[in-house]
Write a protein that binds this ligand. Structure first.
Ligand code: SAM
Ligand code: SF4
Length: 484
């Protein structure tokens, strides 16, 4: 068993604290590997498993950049890898359980090669119970760190290699925004489309959600750093950026500017990058000015992911969502008036503690009224440490599953009908990759974010083409490129 060095352990209680008088500290750091790591990494391989949302995908890209910079190469499997990292998601219990299954497989890799360094990071490692569980049951792990100290990755990795001990260093809160003096954009997962963080953390504390505890206080990046990163991506040939944040429309509230998101979006549009998307806006932070900017600039895509979570005012209140059904529906009406062809998608939770039949019917009627173009539906998963996990809940599993299935059929019918409306239409597609199932097909997204497959080869990747839709499926469209 490795010696354990517990530099700092997570605490959900500390993570819940928000100190309004603490100002955000902007750190510009040169993140450079030591001579030791540059020599250690040469020719070695790594494998990163990423779970969860785009924030985790972006964090994994950053860590991948660090590993490539020390001469390592990436591989898909654990076999013979020299470094294995799990970037974890804590939003629902099944993602956490999946991690423990994967750690079992990583143990086989360790049994074959005792020199392999295995690390775990991400949201699950921001919680004390899972960290204790890992320490007890998976003693072959070398490194545990969190979402708030990725910029210390090189020193943590070096220590775990040289001292051959298990290091746990998780910071429960952060008032920092770390900018690198070299923009770490070169190793993004795609050469066409890039995620760009505009802010970190969340201060909303929806009662079911663990994110405000695992990702810290809301803190915005400076506008000039975001714009410079996007200009750099554009120069490298990227065609699309997706602006990321837990509540993108809260961008700049920490600079006391509630209109900062609309202003930022306009500046991003002016960079001339071909396509701009953003996730996720929070309904009550949304300023109508954002739609005016969307209308003015054709390079902002007409799609909006606007999580509603429930159609019942009682449930919304108990979830601590800061809007009601009527306000949400008014916002949707206003959006459709201003950006008529907009695609609206959402997130919905089924089975929140003691959700009544009427509460659920309210969700069904809201979905019918909005006629979402697509929706992510989730069964409520109690997250230890959150207020909802302590609420009394007499709902039976079979009732929750019946409701979930009913909602899923409704959502799929709406998605299918919308997909059908694309048949025989001509859409503009940005091609991103060869199809996962058939490599004579190439895949991309139309302006609304609908997945489109056409016959073609990799030379199309990065190009925007007009495509006539010949066939629709629920989640994708098939078409052929039309001559221009
Ligand atoms: N910040 C975004 C928002 O407010 O909508 C979403 C971030 S969250 C990581 C993504 C989605 O996960 C949420 O919109 C919610 O529907 C779902 N989610 C979060 N906590 C959950 C839980 N405890 N059980 C089930 N779904 C949950
Ligand atoms: Fe979670 Fe609510 Fe924050 Fe979204 S806004 S990340 S659902 S707490």
């Amino acid at each position: 068993m490795k010696k354990q060095r517990l530099v700092s352990l997570p605490s959900l209680k500390d993570a819940a604290k928000r100190n309004p008088s603490e100002s955000i500290n902007y750190l510009i750091t040169k993140i450079a590997p030591s001579a030791f790591l540059l020599s250690w990494g040469q020719g070695k391989s790594f494998c990163i498993r990423t779970y969860g949302c785009q924030a985790n995908v972006r964090d994994s890209e950053t860590i991948r950049s660090y590993l490539l910079a020390i001469g390592m190469h990436e591989q898909d499997s654990f076999d013979n890898a020299d470094f294995i990292l799990f970037n974890t998601c804590a939003v629902r219990e099944n993602a956490e359980n999946h991690l423990y299954g994967e750690l079992g497989q990583a143990k086989d890799a360790y049994n074959k090669n005792k020199d392999v360094i295995i690390g775990i990071c991400g949201c699950v490692m921001q919680e004390e119970v899972p960290v204790r569980h890992v320490l007890k049951h998976f003693p072959f792990i070398s490194l545990i760190f969190g979402t708030n100290n990725i910029s210390s990755f090189y020193s943590l990795l070096e220590e775990s290699i040289t001292k051959n001990e298990l290091i746990v260093d998780v910071k429960s809160n952060s008032y920092q925004v770390v900018e690198e003096d070299q923009i770490p954009s070169y190793s993004r997962g795609s050469k066409v489309s890039a995620f760009v963080n505009i802010m970190y953390g969340c201060d909303k504390f929806c009662t079911y959600c663990i994110v405000p505890y695992t990702r810290g206080k809301e803190r915005s990046r400076k506008e000039e750093d975001i714009i410079n990163e996007i200009l750099c991506l554009k120069e490298q040939g990227y065609k699309q950026v997706t602006l990321l944040g837990q509540n993108v429309d809260a961008y700049g509230k920490d600079f006391n500017n509630s209109y900062a998101f609309a202003q930022l979006l306009e500046k991003v549009a002016k960079t001339g990058i071909e396509r701009i998307r953003f996730v996720t806006p929070y309904p009550s932070d949304f300023k109508l000015e954002v739609f005016d900017v969307m209308q003015k600039y054709p390079n902002i895509m007409p799609s909006l992911h606007l999580p509603v979570q429930s159609g019942s005012n009682t449930v919304l209140r108990r979830m601590n969502r800061r809007y009601n059904r009527e306000e949400y529906l008014d916002l949707v009406k206003e959006i459709r008036k201003r950006v008529p062809d907009i695609f609206i998608t959402t997130d919905i939770i089924v089975g929140f503690p003691n959700e009544s039949d009427q509460d659920f019917e309210d969700t069904i009627s809201l979905v019918k009224e909005v006629k979402y173009d697509a929706a992510f539906t989730f069964i409520y998963s109690p997250r230890p440490g959150t207020p909802a996990s302590k609420m009394k809940n007499d709902l039976k599993d079979e009732v929750v599953h019946e409701r979930f299935d009913r909602l899923k059929v409704l959502v799929d019918n709406l998605t299918e009908a919308r997909a059908k409306s694309f048949e025989n239409q001509i859409v503009e597609v940005l091609f991103e990759d060869t199809s996962k199932k058939n490599n004579s097909m190439i895949s991309g997204y139309d302006r609304h974010g609908k997945l489109v497959h056409v016959k073609g080869d990799a030379s199309l990747i990065g190009q925007i083409k007009k495509v006539k839709i010949t066939e629709s499926r629920t989640y994708s469209l098939i078409g052929e490129i039309v001559d221009e």
